[in-house]
Design a protein around this ligand. Structure first.
Ligand SMILES: Cc1cc2nc3c(=O)[nH]c(=O)nc-3n(C[C@H](O)[C@H](O)[C@H](O)COP(=O)(O)OP(=O)(O)OC[C@H]3O[C@@H](n4cnc5c(N)ncnc54)[C@H](O)[C@@H]3O)c2cc1C
Length: 509
């Protein structure tokens, strides 16, 4: 049976772009469909990229604020931040993404749903303005398209908790990561949530001069699975130092909105009342798969509502795959890209690459500055830990970047299981470790690599040297080293004879 397309990707975020881009590059007839008016998904439009842009802008603003007389601050005319950011994002979507999707057909502002496992109905989504009118939109009545293979890269949506009055707040005052980058600071904001997204956005907004209060229901912040509590505590301490008001554990009782001024109030169980212009909800994600009519295609979801996949990312329908956040395994862009690229390659080359929904994928998480945690991948495994702190390194110490550390978790023979990198540039430092883990390189390679000095990344090599040092300091090793140093020739000769004898025995036997 002939299909309209070889490949269709529903969703054009990191997962969908990787699938679609590679499919198109390899000459497959490929279509990508997205409800947004442009490519990039959450990552580019309302996640990783704009949040880092805000953090950078905030850092600059904080630097200026700290270095001018206090009385000058209020008279400074600030450049807007939202408009230039949105212009940049449009530029990236139009130029950069276009290159990645060369030869691929696109439908923006278009929602897809299944009719059967090879057939989709495309409907107008009216999600926003079309940024590039040369792209084709689907017709108002909908369009039927078929494909041999279909990829579901639909990501997730922000989760809005059920708290009295919260969902009644008028749209525009209740914000999520989808809206926050369109509201020009400064303003006052209550941020609900105690995970990385809440911490990252709170840091950025506070630095952009917004009066920021975090409301978190638990006693502790949690920046990621497996990240030591001490790291979360350190991040919290830095947020407070920067001026973020943190209230936890707290129970929100009631949200109300003034009908005239539109400003908001939240009463807490301990009697406090938080007043703010906006509330930003950043307390987790929720799956969006139920809008896809999955039943018609025979695709199932798990108890959490995410699409059920095997370790090859296959759904219950054998021609349909679900890379990225849609499968709920790692809600991270680099994991989505990795899964999309590997899937596209393995299917086109007809090789079964196990996509190892494994620990190593969760290695790097570059979410916040200046403290960026990565997840140690050591669950249930016996390991050695080697740590170098930023405080003990001249370069970071002298630059005032003392908060941070690089920890590597490995086997006694140097197999790297995981790493935790905290501090400035940690998102960059983790790349080297990720490469090493992917290709099974051991600690001795790190110890002998020449790094650029005095960069933060140089410290990773220093951790390799700590591993070496650990063995060098063992009494047996010290004895051997001393003997070889003093009686090197004799020992070398004895060793040579022993090896030759062993080899001869093996050959003769
Ligand atoms: C504030 C914030 C900061 C973040 N920072 C980082 C970071 O620093 N590093 C990191 O690794 N991750 C980060 N993330 C997470 C990252 O954004 C996601 O993990 C990533 O975008 C997931 O990619 P995806 O392709 O699976 O889905 P998405 O990027 O969510 O893309 C899915 C796309 O599918 C479309 N879609 C959904 N349903 C349909 C349908 N029925 N029809 C057509 N289209 C549909 C959506 O419109 C969307 O564009 C951050 C997230 C947030 C919110």
């Amino acid at each position: 049976m002939g299909y309209d397309y070889d490949v269709i990707s529903i969703g054009c975020g990191p997962a969908g772009i990787s699938v679609g881009g590679l499919g198109g590059a390899m000459g497959l007839k490929t279509l990508v469909v997205d409800m947004r008016p442009r490519s990039g998904g959450e990552c580019m439009n309302s996640g990783c990229i704009p949040s880092k842009a805000y953090l950078r802008q905030g850092e600059i603003m904080r630097h200026v604020k700290e270095h001018i007389p206090e009385e000058m601050w209020d008279s400074i005319i600030r450049h807007p931040v939202t408009e230039p950011l949105q212009e940049d994002l449009t530029e990236i979507a139009g130029k950069k993404m276009d290159k990645m999707l060369k030869g691929v057909e696109k439908r923006w502002n278009t929602r897809a749903e299944f009719i059967d496992r090879h057939t989709l109905r495309l409907l107008p989504a009216n999600h926003g303005e079309d940024v590039n009118s040369s792209y084709q939109l689907c017709s108002d009545e909908g369009e039927i398209v078929t494909a041999q293979r279909i990829f579901i890269g639909v990501g997730t949506a922000p989760y809005i908790p059920d708290c009295h009055g919260l969902r009644d707040i008028e749209h525009g005052r209740l914000l999520t990561n989808e809206e926050i980058f369109h509201v020009e600071p400064p303003f006052s904001v209550a941020v609900i949530g105690g995970g990385v997204i809440s911490m990252e956005l709170s840091e950025a907004l506070c630095s952009l001069d917004c009066e920021t209060t975090i409301l978190h229901r638990s006693a502790d912040f949690r920046v990621g699975k497996g990240v030591p509590q001490a790291v979360s505590d350190l991040m919290e301490a830095r947020l407070v130092e920067k001026g973020v008001r943190v209230i936890h554990p707290c129970k929100m009782l009631q949200w109300t909105q003034d009908p005239e001024t539109h400003s908001l109030e939240c009463s807490l169980a301990d009697g406090q009342v938080i007043k703010c212009d906006y509330v930003l909800v950043a307390c987790g994600r929720t799956p969006v798969a139920d809008s896809l009519n999955l039943k018609a295609a025979g695709v199932t979801t798990n108890a959490r509502g995410y699409i059920e996949v095997d370790k090859y990312l296959r759904t219950k329908a054998k021609n349909i795959y679900a890379p990225g956040d849609a499968n709920g395994n790692f809600l991270l862009s680099h994991a989505a890209m990795h899964q999309g690229t590997s899937l596209s390659l393995s299917l086109s080359l007809s090789v079964s690459v196990s996509l190892s929904l494994s620990l190593s994928l969760s290695l790097s998480l570059s979410l916040s500055t200046p403290l960026i945690p990565t997840q140690p991948c050591t669950r249930g495994i016996k390991y050695l830990e080697f740590t170098q702190t930023f405080e003990s390194y001249g370069a970071t110490y002298a630059q005032g970047l003392k908060d941070g550390q690089i920890s590597i978790y490995c086997s006694p023979l140097g197999k790297i299981y995981g790493a935790l990198v905290v501090g400035v540039h940690s998102g960059e430092c983790i790349n080297e470790l990720s490469l090493m883990m992917t290709w099974g390189m051991r600690m001795h390679k790190l110890a002998f690599r020449q790094g650029s000095f005095p960069t933060v990344g140089w410290l990773t090599g220093r951790v390799g040297q700590l591993w070496l040092q650990h063995y060098a300091e063992m009494p047996l090793c010290q004895k051997m080293a001393g003997a070889v140093f003093r009686h090197g020739k004799t020992i070398a000769m004895c060793a040579g004879v022993a090896v030759a004898a062993a080899a001869a025995t093996v050959i003769l036997v």
